[in-house]
Design a protein. Structure first.
Length: 89
């Protein structure tokens, strides 16, 4: 599917994080392998986007950042040119 994206403007893959996922990084060998394969076909930056109003969103973001740092330290995202980023809407 990624090989069909021909736009030079394409540069990011955004994973939307909502209610039940806020505060933890989606983990799984299948996810990491899929992202690696996609990045081989079409290099991109990985972005996690927090959506919606949450009373503890700041706290959840800090927990998410801590989990993400652990995943990065574990080498699971070494195939990317730069580490994933986090955004909040």
């Amino acid at each position: 599917m990624f090989s069909t994206i021909t736009s030079p403007a394409f540069s990011e893959l955004v994973i939307v994080v909502v209610d039940d996922l806020v505060g933890r990084v989606p983990l799984g060998i299948m996810l990491f392998e899929t992202l690696r394969e996609l990045n081989e076909v079409r290099p991109f930056k990985l972005v996690f986007l927090f959506m919606g109003p949450h009373p503890g969103l700041g706290e959840a973001r800090r927990a998410f950042e801590k989990d993400l740092d652990s995943v990065i330290a574990g080498g699971h995202f070494d195939f990317f040119d730069s580490p994933p980023t986090i955004r909040i809407t």
